[in-house]
Design a protein around this ligand. Structure first.
Ligand SMILES: [Zn+2]
Length: 474
């Protein structure tokens, strides 16, 4: 009552602000109950073996479908291969804004069970962690999306836009026609959205202290190639100048030593600017100098030796990863080849790049054979959107840390979605930076997630989606 009286004298705007805060507070779920339920679903999903290959993602789809439908949430299943289904669930909004797509992939990379302390599909809880293949890649995102859908539905949250959940198959390679490609080519209308939230980011904790939250706003584009050297075969007792192995070795050394041009985009510029503000004076000077590329030689050299991931964020990178040639010690082979893993900046001009590489190799005996590229290069998702602002706010509120937009050096399915004009942001739970090197990260010998971190991630995810989709009362 006294509250009502005092609001009467406030200007209209303050009244509305007050009212919306009150609504937000009133609609907070009972988090203790939510945590118990999250853990139950998470363990159940981790226990479903969706190692890719073969994937067999439909077992997770069945679980999600029955869980969602039990609460009256509309779902659809799309499959090219019946064992590798994709699930869509949709909560309908009033259509005032375009939809938001939230997604996670249901397949996981394969395991070597002998390397695991706890069986890889046991979802064992120990010491504050949950162990299991997929714990941080990507069943954490899958369960967060599931919980967000359930919470919105139960609260009957009025929505200004549809919230679409996509549990996709076949992200970890293989089955190109089963996962995101299949959905985009055959069922685009089901997932078309203004924004999307997917894997690829995360909150970084080092030495027990939370440092920053990374949000993936762009990624490098895989652009492989092979170098094939050809010469004359002969007897090993008579060395030849045309030896294919020698020519190949020289070509590999040249491309590895090539410092490709450095270039920043909106994301990487903001990343280094913001990282500098969080860093020691010495590191800050280094990051700041990158903002003036012509004065950054020393910093680049340092990163190449000490921070190779950051160095890779500056340029199109080349890593020679397979080398093949010869079959007998006394035979000079007529052919030898090396496979290059090339990760291009999103705006790289590949015609120029390979022309330049040819000049650098400068050897007519070496041919560059380009791979067919499956992922498109697109501009970074924007930093001036309602979605990015909402993510920044949620990071501040939940972890009290700044948000750094990041460019992934690896590839995700967000590339294809960005190519359709969807602004995609990669998010993820908090991890200790020490945990990966210990062998517990994504794709590692073992995989685990902090229970506390999973629970906070669900909350974080929910806050962003509520902020972006909930009807704003006028
Ligand atoms: Zn993944």
């Amino acid at each position: 009552m006294s509250i009502t009286r005092s609001t009467r004298i406030l200007p209209l705007l303050s009244l509305l602000l007050f009212a919306s805060t009150a609504i937000a507070r009133a609609q907070q779920p009972n988090w203790a109950e939510v945590e118990e339920e999250t853990m139950r679903h998470f363990q159940a999903i981790l226990r479903l073996d969706t190692s890719n290959p073969p994937g067999n993602e439909s077992i997770v789809v069945d679980y999600l479908k029955s869980t969602l439908e039990r609460e009256g949430i509309e779902t659809k299943v799309f499959a090219n291969d019946p064992k590798r289904a994709n699930l869509i669930a949709r909560l309908r909004g009033n259509g005032k804004k375009r939809p938001i797509l939230i997604m996670g992939h249901t397949d996981v990379v394969t395991v070597d069970p002998t390397k695991w302390k706890h069986p890889p599909f046991s979802a064992t809880r120990e010491g504050g962690y949950v162990y299991g293949r997929g714990a941080v890649d990507d069943k954490d995102n899958v369960v967060a999306c599931l919980m967000v859908m359930l919470l919105l539905k139960r609260a009957q949250t009025p929505l200004d836009r549809d919230v679409i959940f996509l549990a996709e198959a076949s992200e970890e390679g293989g089955g190109a026609n089963d996962g995101i490609e299949f959905m985009l080519n055959q069922h685009l209308a089901e997932i078309d959205a203004e924004y999307c939230l997917a894997e690829g980011g995360g909150v970084v904790r080092t030495g027990g202290k939370i440092q920053y939250a990374g949000v993936a706003t762009t990624e490098k584009i895989p652009q492989g190639a092979r170098l094939v050297a050809r010469g004359i075969s002969g007897h090993g007792s008579v060395p030849l100048r045309s030896n294919a192995i020698v020519h190949l070795a020289q070509a590999v050394a040249k491309v590895a030593a090539w410092r490709t041009p450095m270039r920043l985009n909106e994301t990487t510029r903001a990343y280094f600017e913001r990282l500098a503000k969080l860093s020691s004076a010495e590191a800050a000077a280094r990051y700041n100098s990158l903002l003036q590329p012509d004065k950054s030689d020393e910093a680049q050299e340092y990163l190449a030796g000490n921070e190779p991931r950051m160095y890779s964020m500056l340029r199109t990178s080349i890593s020679p990863n397979i080398i093949k040639g010869g079959y007998r010690s006394n035979v000079i082979p007529s052919e030898a080849e090396a496979t290059l893993d090339i990760r291009a900046l999103p705006d790289e001009d590949m015609e120029w790049f390979f022309k330049e590489m040819k000049q650098i190799i400068d050897d007519p005996a070496v041919e560059i054979v380009r791979n067919r590229n499956g992922r498109p290069g697109t501009p970074p998702s924007r930093l001036d959107t309602e979605a990015f602002r909402s993510i920044e706010e949620a990071n501040k509120r939940i972890y009290n840390v700044p948000t750094l937009p990041t460019m992934l050096t690896g590839a995700t399915d967000m590339a294809q979605l960005r190519a359709k004009g969807i602004q995609c942001y990669g998010i993820g739970p908090m991890t200790d930076s020490e945990d990966g090197p210990k062998g517990f990260g994504a794709h590692s010998d073992q995989e685990r997630i902090l229970e506390e971190s999973l629970q906070k991630f669900v909350r974080f995810h929910w806050e962003i989606v509520v902020k972006l989709a909930q009807t704003v009362s006028q």
